[in-house]
Design a protein around this ligand. Structure first.
Ligand code: GCB
Length: 611
């Protein structure tokens, strides 16, 4: 254990030094408030299962003209006669609505797992000294981006944003944006191909063309300190980034000015503002914030609160809080979801938690959810657990994979650190204990502490069952514990395994007394509308009884500080192929895929109402 701690400490040091270089080169924080053009709508596409558009075997592919990103008018080339020969035509391709996963777009794409090329033509105004950027909120899993035939960048990771500068490549007038999106996962991706949710390949979140002045505010961040003061940073980008005055306005509470250093950055510190209303689920106060230089203004809406742990309690604004939550996948209601989180879609899901379940918390599993969802959580008053898809297992010994995890974390933290709703960063889900795995997670935890010391760290761990003095005891024995602020465990006793539901209430738990515990998951499948008085598995009655008994068991754990049962809504999962009850859906939802309430929904809502 000592050796492990020493290794971790060394790693922490190395990482603290390295955390700065994980900062994404461009952030464009608050880009929804900027001068921008939304590129949502009909894009054309072309399937490319054999990756012909990306590979070039000794010029052979080039000769066969498979590269979809070429900036040519195929129809015009064809009209010239036999010289031009192209095996694609992105202008006349079938259309798909973007954002949205391809799996829901066409029956033939339901289980398509590979590369698809997308094209969007758009008209841009001439820049006249401005700069232009394309900001992609998410493309699952790898993206290859070309503008007017030129490669402008690549990105790996299906749930985090990336920004590419197109000031040089953009034309005043018509432009051709082409994107290859490859959904293939392998042993070195995060996650690996083995998960319990839908593939959802494609451009799943909005793409925007953003205009800025030559020197602009790329990022600005504010948070509340435990002593009531406000601190933060601002970062300019451009030829005149150094030595600039930046004025910071927080509603009508504060108006100060800071000066950027030689790197274009400045730190912000503000004494406790008088009359500050703290953000909480009951009162989600958000302030209109502006950061302005002579040439640019960046806006945001930010809430201020503190989050801490004391003994086995979680303290929000200094007061103990019990997290009344539920877990949720990024998938909208409906029989054929496309992971398209429009504001109404996200609001519909979060309202179920806030208004109907009487919740104050949501676990956004198992990856960073859409920016729309995070902003709504801020606005509606729902605390958030945010996670990186280090799920079940990844290639623990591979430094390149660790680097990917740390980069995803950095992309998420820089994206969401202004969201008061986010209180917990999770470093993974249900990863079986081994030395390489613990080292990997410890590095992730150190990375989070370096990037954001203001929030809490957790991970959804596995529990073990032990026999002690003839008694059956559930214990958490995981060396990762010492790196976490909040313990969290997933438990499925009564669903997986042979335990009887009747035995659940009396089950004993032995957990560390000095830290809060969250039940990050528990759940049972039920097909909405399937009733069985004898409580067969998959019936609503079984699921409801499972909830009643698990809640009784949970209430007897003295350090319990919250829970996020699995899961709000039935969700698509190709691994769930029971021909009667599942048919491609994980049925642990409290709601069916279309929003029909199962009996267990009311059991949980009633528990939360009185908790
Ligand atoms: C789990 C996983 C979750 C699964 C769930 C299940 O422990 O964390 O992703 O969907 O169990 O339904 O088995």
């Amino acid at each position: 254990r000592k050796l492990l701690c020493a290794i971790c400490a060394l790693l922490c040091l190395a990482l603290n030094a390295g955390a700065a270089d994980l900062r994404p080169p461009l952030l464009l924080t608050g880009s929804i408030y900027r001068d921008s053009q939304d590129l949502s709508g009909a894009w054309t596409y072309s399937k490319d299962l054999y990756r012909t558009g990306l590979t070039d075997i000794n010029g052979w592919v080039a000769k066969s003209r498979m590269q979809r990103y070429r900036d040519i008018d195929v129809t015009a080339e064809e009209a010239k006669g036999g010289v031009g020969f192209y095996e694609f035509d992105m202008d006349r391709g079938p259309q798909m609505n973007i954002p949205g996963a391809w799996n829901a777009a066409q029956p033939e794409l339901r289980y398509y797992d590979g590369l698809i090329w997308f094209q969007r033509k758009f008209s841009a105004r001439p820049l006249r000294g401005q700069r232009a950027f394309l900001r992609f909120e998410a493309a699952n899993y790898r993206a290859y981006v070309y503008l007017n035939g030129k490669e402008i960048g690549r990105h790996e990771g299906g749930f985090t944003p990336f920004v590419l500068e197109v000031t040089e490549a953009l034309r005043g007038g018509e432009n051709r944006l082409t994107m290859g999106v490859d959904s293939t996962h392998d042993a070195q991706t995060i996650p690996t191909p083995i998960t319990d949710w839908d593939l959802y390949g494609g451009i799943t979140r909005p793409v925007r063309l953003v205009y800025t002045p030559a020197t602009f505010i790329d990022d600005a961040y504010l948070h509340l300190n435990p002593d009531g003061s406000i601190a933060g940073t601002v970062q300019l980008n451009g030829p005149q980034a150094a030595g600039q005055q930046v004025s910071v306005k927080i509603g009508d509470l504060a108006d100060i000015s800071v000066k950027t250093d030689a790197q274009g950055g400045a730190t912000i510190t503000l004494p406790p503002p008088r009359g500050l209303q703290r953000w909480s689920p009951e009162h989600p106060a958000l302030y209109d914030i502006s950061f302005s230089t002579a040439g640019d203004t960046l806006r945001d809406r930010i809430g201020f609160r503190t989050i801490a742990v004391k003994g086995s309690r979680i303290l929000l604004n200094g007061q103990p809080i019990f997290l009344r939550g539920v877990s949720m996948h990024e998938e909208e209601f409906g029989p054929n979801p496309a992971r398209n989180m429009t504001e109404p879609a996200a609001r519909a899901l979060l309202s179920e938690i806030k208004q109907q379940l009487h919740g104050n918390y949501v676990r956004l599993s198992h990856y960073p959810h859409s920016e729309t969802t995070l902003r709504l959580a801020d606005e509606m008053g729902l605390l958030v657990w945010s996670e990186i898809p280090v799920y079940w297992t990844v290639d623990w010994d591979n430094p390149a994979v660790l680097r990917k995890a740390l980069t995803m974390q950095a992309e998420t933290i820089y994206r969401d650190r202004n969201r008061a709703a986010v209180i917990l960063w999770s470093v993974g889900n249900e990863t079986p204990v081994s030395e390489p795995r613990t080292r990997f997670h410890a590095a992730m935890a150190a990375n989070v502490r370096a990037l954001d010391p203001t929030r809490l760290i957790s991970a959804a761990l596995l529990v073990e069952r032990h026999k002690a003095n003839g008694e059956d005891v559930t214990v958490i024995k995981d060396p990762l514990l010492e790196h976490l602020d909040v313990l969290a465990v997933n438990t499925y006793t009564g669903w997986y395994g042979d335990d009887k539901l009747a035995d659940l209430p009396a089950m004993k738990w032995q957990v560390p007394a000095d830290r809060p515990l969250i039940l990050s998951e528990f759940g049972a499948d039920a097909l909405a509308g399937y009733h069985d008085a004898s409580m067969k598995k998959f019936s609503e009655e079984y699921q409801a009884e499972y909830y009643r008994n698990t809640l009784t068991m949970a209430s007897r754990i003295p350090t319990l500080a919250g829970m996020s049962p699995w899961v709000l809504k039935d969700f698509r999962s190709p691994r769930r192929e029971h021909p009667v009850f599942q048919n491609g859906w994980n049925r642990k939802g409290l709601l069916s895929e279309t929003g029909a309430r199962k009996q267990a929904f009311d059991v949980l809502a009633d528990f939360y109402l009185h908790h």
